[in-house]
Write a protein that binds this ligand. Structure first.
Ligand code: HEC
Ligand code: HEC
Length: 434
């Protein structure tokens, strides 16, 4: 409470004035006639009684002041002397606005300056994407493993290539690959242009022996001369142009039409409460630390970090031991203790199982459990008792109650519901079939 000296003095002054008036009246009207006092004696009584009252008030005020000071010594010492008290200057400063945590997918994929996206190039790229003449035995096209009606992947753990030979890695979706800074599971390609000729010349995929034979195959099909001329100004067919046209087509394979995107763009009703809870968990557990940006992959074009590669598995745990996820070392040197992978996009992830670089995990539930345990060191529990979670530690046969982040089956179902909100409406319709 503030101590107002001016107010106090006013109150004291008014009381004295009032008190004396009262005294005069009392002494003049009642006391003096009763004891037959007159003249100076009457005044003496008034002054005597008056000073008694004033002395008492001064004592009361002094006691009040002294007790305040001893009860709140800091008040007495902190109050700055009048002449040095100065008003602090106020400066308004705008803090830099934090970057948004959640981002919607742009409606257009950015293209490099030396390969602008044009309708003629996209049309040529589409034809090449479905062209089986680009494989050694004429049976395979890009679409064989990247089925555009199945989320852009092939729903197989590993993809059979020419002659049935099987590669070592799962086919990722081609949808939204345009937003990745690093392509392939180990991030070895840095652009769609660089990536596109890989599978054509890969011995277990389309198995063409060299660039010359690819160009020869396309020259044998008359329609291509005109298509290349439309796309590139003149009709020379080269493997570089094949790659450029396919890359331009892939930049149109983007899916900004998901419930998640509608929510981030401002439609508050786009996600149901289960999906919102899953989205919150995804943020709170820290999945978003890696699966960030519009493509939910740190390797997106928008990532500040040029090097979008991560160690996986980061933490060993029981959930992992059921799957052969430690053999392939990805971008790390063979024989390294830990493997390094680029962060995959989670867009349309509900349509693109099986999961992980070797497709060894069949369900999204298992993929989420593995990620939570190995990348965020989160405990998996089936049981929540009044907010406390009991955890059995089999290694030392011990029970404990823990505060560590724990995911229940219900939490995992919520995260999956959120991941399903990343599925594009049009892809969902295409996958469901006519
Ligand atoms: C035999 C199956 C198969 C065929 C045919 C095939 N791919 Fe792939 N594709 C894969 C596999 C498997 C990977 C992952 C390989 C790796 O990471 O080492 C992949 C990776 C990719 C990626 C990288 C995606 C990402 O997110 O990193 C793109 C883009 C791609 N393929 C496009 C194409 C194009 C274009 C063609 C045709 C020229 C093609 N693929 C033909 C199986 C295939
Ligand atoms: C430290 C970085 C990091 C964190 C944190 C992280 N992930 Fe991942 N995630 C990865 C990497 C790297 C892969 C690819 C691993 C592989 O296939 O070898 C991956 C793969 C996945 C896949 C499989 C994708 C596919 O197409 O096969 C899913 C699903 C996934 N993560 C979900 C999650 C969820 C849910 C969380 C939070 C519980 C999470 N991730 C946390 C780095 C991370």
């Amino acid at each position: 409470m503030e101590f107002d000296l001016g107010l106090l003095l006013t109150v004291v002054g008014l009381s004295i004035l009032g008190g004396f008036t009262f005294l005069f009246v009392l002494v003049g009207r009642d006391l003096a006639p009763a004891v037959s006092l007159a003249g100076p004696r009457r005044w003496l009584i008034v002054v005597g009684l008056g000073f008694g009252v004033i002395a008492l008030s001064i004592k009361v005020v002094a006691i009040m002041l002294l007790s305040r000071m001893s009860l709140h010594p800091e008040m007495a010492s902190l109050a700055p002397p009048e002449e040095t008290a100065e008003i602090l200057p106020v400066r308004f400063e705008a803090l830099p606005r934090p970057a948004p945590l959640w981002k919607a997918l742009p409606e257009l994929a950015p293209a490099p300056a030396d390969n602008p996206t044009t309708p003629a190039k996209v049309a040529l790229g589409r034809a090449l994407f479905f062209e089986t003449a680009l494989s050694l035995d004429g049976t395979m096209s890009c679409a064989s493993c990247h089925d555009l009606a199945r989320g852009g992947a092939d729903a197989k753990p590993l993809s059979p290539g020419v002659g049935g030979s099987i590669g070592a890695r799962n086919a990722p979706s081609v949808y939204n690959a345009a937003f990745q800074k690093r392509l392939f599971w180990d991030g070895r390609a840095r652009s769609l242009e660089e990536q596109a000729t890989g599978p054509i010349l890969n011995p277990v995929e389309m198995a063409m022996p060299d660039a010359k034979s690819v160009e020869g195959r396309l020259r044998d099909i008359p329609a291509y001369a005109e298509r290349f001329a439309l796309a590139f100004g003149e009709g020379t067919i080269s493997i570089e142009r094949v790659a450029e046209a396919i890359a331009a087509f892939e930049r149109t394979l983007i899916t900004p039409d998901s419930a998640y995107d509608r929510f981030v763009r401002g439609d508050m009703n786009a996600l149901n409460s289960r999906q919102l809870r899953g989205m919150t968990l995804f943020q709170e557990i820290g999945c978003i630390q890696c699966h960030s940006g519009p493509n939910l992959s740190g390797a997106s074009l928008f990532a500040a970090d040029e090097n979008g590669l991560r160690i996986f598995p980061a933490v060993e745990n029981d959930t992992l031991s059921h799957y052969p996820l430690r053999e392939d070392k990805g971008a790390a040197a063979a024989g390294s203790e830990r493997a390094i992978w680029r962060i995959p996009s989670l867009r349309n992830v509900a349509l693109t199982g099986p999961y992980f670089h070797n497709g060894s995990v069949a369900t999204l539930r298992e993929a989420v459990r593995i990620m939570a345990a190995s990348q965020r060191n989160v405990l998996l529990a089936e049981d929540h008792l009044a907010g406390r979670t009991i955890v059995w530690q089999p290694d030392d046969a011990r029970l404990s109650v823990t505060d560590r982040a724990v995911l229940t089956e219900n939490d995992i179902a919520d995260i999956i519901a959120f991941l399903e909100s990343l599925t594009s409406d049009s892809l969902k319709r295409a996958t469901a079939g006519p």
